[in-house]
Design a protein around this ligand. Structure first.
Ligand code: DON
Length: 309
């Protein structure tokens, strides 16, 4: 692996801490506003070195939109690629993650991709399970398999806080139900979606998830298949084209590796066949991506020439 020394990561964290003050912690989900803005952490996971980390790596945070990568993989495993992409598109939007605008103007009326909220709601609707508990239990099982950490669970305070304030996601869901894109009961769908977003991890867990995707869907220690290779490739491609929302183009140029952000300040990233990366820092830029996290990844990529292009 290109980075072999933890001290190099410690130095990268030190250099990027300054950017924290330029961002703003998300508060449209009230419980997220309680995050300590001063945190910055990175973990990288490779087959040879295992996990190297620096900064506030013990800090727990919720997956938020990072969960969309994992639910997409699970939905394709459950119902197949054809069925999933009959209801959600494959194109970047150029709009914010929670935008409703294109839903009405697109023909046929389906969300542009599975990384925006509308698309992710459709994806969660397709995951097998006859109850919220069963669906969320299956998402958690996938995450336990990818992280090898069976203690990962849901932050109920964050889940409840989002469920109570998710009026925009409610509006998106009712609109899509009216147009036959989703068939679940809307409140049950929102409960499952807000719980998947509230799954709580640390940076090391994210790095191991990234490593499984980097390793073509196989466990990095045992090579046991967790996600079929073609599905791991689909989700990594979405990470490149849509993972940082309407900043995905800029990120592809400046950082040049697959990544998916969440409004809690986490970023899941990876270098194919080489390493998984987890980053955390709660203050966000205007597009909802971790500001210092983004800069840290940019520096990491430049320092070790990680570009996949
Ligand atoms: O649905 C929402 O708005 C949140 N649960 C997730 C949004 C999110 O993480 C966007 N990411 N940067």
């Amino acid at each position: 692996m290109r980075c072999r020394k933890e001290e190099e990561l410690v130095e990268l964290v030190r250099r990027n801490k300054n950017y924290i003050k330029d961002g703003k912690v998300a508060d449209y989900i009230p419980a997220l506003a309680k995050a300590d803005p001063d945190k910055l952490a990175i973990a990288i996971y490779s087959k040879e070195e295992g996990c190297l980390s620096a900064g506030d790596v013990g800090e727990l945070f919720t997956l938020q939109s990072i969960s969309k990568v994992l639910t997409l993989a699970l939905a394709i495993m459950d119902v197949g690629k054809e069925q999933v992409f009959s209801r959600v598109g494959m194109e970047p939007t150029g709009d914010p993650f929670n935008s409703i605008a294109k839903l009405e103007t697109m023909v046929p009326s389906k969300p542009l991709n599975p990384m925006i909220n509308a698309g992710a709601l459709v994806v969660t609707n397709m995951i097998h399970g006859s109850s919220v508990e069963e669906k969320v239990g299956r998402i958690l099982q996938l995450i336990h398999d990818m992280t090898n950490n069976p203690t990962i669970g849901i932050n109920d305070e964050v889940a409840d806080s989002e469920y109570e304030s998710a009026n925009l996601n409610r509006a998106l869901s009712y609109f899509m139900k009216q147009h036959g894109i989703i068939d679940d009961d809307v409140e049950m769908l929102l409960e499952a979606y807000t719980k998947q977003c509230a799954i709580e991890v640390n940076c090391k867990d994210l790095a191991r998830i990234g490593m499984v995707l980097a390793n073509e869907g196989k466990d990095p220690e045992t090579d046991r298949p967790i996600i079929p290779r073609y599905i791991a490739r689909i989700v990594k491609t979405f990470m490149v084209t849509c993972g940082m929302y309407n900043a995905s183009g800029e990120f592809a140029i400046n950082v040049a590796i697959p990544a998916k952000s969440g409004v809690s300040g986490g970023i899941l990233s990876l270098v194919p066949n080489e390493m998984g990366i987890g980053v955390y820092s709660p203050p966000l830029d205007q597009k909802g991506n971790s500001l210092a996290g983004n800069k840290l990844l940019e520096n990491l990529s430049a320092q070790y020439e990680l570009s996949i292009f």
